[in-house]
Write a protein that binds this ligand. Structure first.
Ligand SMILES: [Zn+2]
Length: 387
């Protein structure tokens, strides 16, 4: 029963998800907002080492990373989930990112295990864990919700210790998986090649804080506090600077890559539009004035309409419409919003019809969800429904 309730609420959550992460613009895409999340805080110390607590290291690295971005990258707003030693509930951390329409969410943590031999860095994206230690990280990081009042209500019966809940979490494909992996790989490369840290790789796990964000997101384990050498490194300003600057370079490279991809796409679109315009020009010559006026009116009317589509995939790279992952799905449309390719099916102004379409598509792609447009611009479902 508990699990069923969890599934239902999860579905509702996905349907009503505040999808205002992307706002379609005619100008070139720029990554403008990043949320930096220092793990734990306040009454929740996180993992405890011999000399320090996880929450202190997370905050120090988060502030340094934010400072580097604010200082060296123009036009990017940094939003912190905490800048002081405060307890912030897990869902609130995701809310801060969602409500601010952030382009990226970076959560900073320090790992810990029984024993003192394990060391190294790893970056997590939301997904299905492939080993027990990945599952353990998810359990540990998610268990902070147990310190929140009413956590059962707030997280729809989510039990951080139950394997079933993780299986359910993973039924829902994360729409930002691909982009999150791109950033995670860059972070790990920087750690290994430039910061001289052990590369524990890009990993997947059912991390609640990532699951609740509606943008590409990663959770970085910057080292093991349970390992003496790594704790000694992570508590120094020098160590924190090395880690923060590695994440900074990964962020900068990710931003450049996503923005460049969008610009390449713009060139193709502009070419197509030019060709279209030329054809339209020729047609206009033979049309009567009356017809022209009618067309203008028609177009005006259409542009005020709300349009719903079902998104089945997003990717920073172009995906062929006949790719095997799209097998048995017809009439796929490719659109680009803020540097990201979105693949959608269906198009209707009728919300009930698009929900039907969504259920149909979810049989093949469980992570599919409804997105809305107004005057051709991406809006939230809430905004579309208000019309
Ligand atoms: Zn942590």
């Amino acid at each position: 029963m508990k699990i069923r309730k969890f599934i239902l609420i999860t579905l509702a959550f996905l349907c009503l998800l505040n999808l205002n992460v992307f706002s379609q613009k005619t100008e070139k895409y720029k990554l403008k907002k990043v949320v930096i999340d220092a793990g734990h805080g306040g009454k929740d110390p996180g993992a405890i080492g011999k000399k320090a607590q996880e929450k202190e290291i997370c905050l120090a690295i988060a502030l340094k990373l934010g400072y580097y971005i604010e200082t060296y990258i123009e036009g990017v707003e940094v939003i912190y989930t905490r800048k002081t030693d405060d307890f912030i509930e897990l869902h609130e951390r995701a809310n801060i990112a969602n409500d601010n329409n952030a382009d990226l969410f970076i959560s900073i943590h320090v790992n810990s295990t029984e024993g003192n031999t394990a060391y190294g860095t790893s970056t997590y994206v939301m997904g299905l864990h492939k080993s027990d230690d990945q599952m353990e990280v998810a359990k540990t990081e998610n268990s902070v919700i147990l310190q929140e009042a009413d956590y059962k209500k707030k997280y729809s019966g989510f039990d951080p210790d139950s394997p079933e809940t993780y299986i359910i979490l993973n039924l829902y494909q994360n729409a930002y998986f691909d982009q999150s992996v791109i950033l995670a790989e860059k972070v790990q490369t920087q750690f290994e090649k430039r910061a001289g840290r052990k590369n524990g790789g890009v990993r997947q796990a059912g991390l609640l804080v990532l699951w609740q964000t509606t943008m590409p997101s990663v959770l970085i384990e910057t080292g093991f506090i349970s390992n003496k050498k790594e704790e000694d490194f992570l508590i120094t300003t020098y160590g924190q600077e090395i880690i923060a600057s590695a994440i900074f370079r990964a962020f900068r490279d990710y931003k450049n890559e996503v923005e460049l991809k969008n610009n390449e796409y713009d060139i193709v679109i502009n070419k197509e539009n030019k060709q279209k315009k030329n054809i339209e020009k020729e047609e206009k010559v033979v049309k009567k004035d009356e017809d022209k006026n009618n067309n203008v009116k028609k177009n005006e009317k259409r542009s005020n309409n709300i349009e719903y589509k079902v998104q089945i995939k997003s990717s920073t790279t172009k995906v062929a419409l006949d790719a095997s992952e799209f097998k048995n799905i017809e009439n796929i449309e490719e659109i680009i919003i803020d540097g990201v390719y979105k693949y959608t099916v269906g198009s209707t102004s009728d919300f009930d019809k698009i929900l039907e379409k969504q259920s149909e598509i979810r049989k093949k792609i469980p992570g599919a969800f409804v997105i809305a447009f107004k005057n051709g611009k991406k809006v939230t479902i809430k905004e579309a429904r208000a019309d």
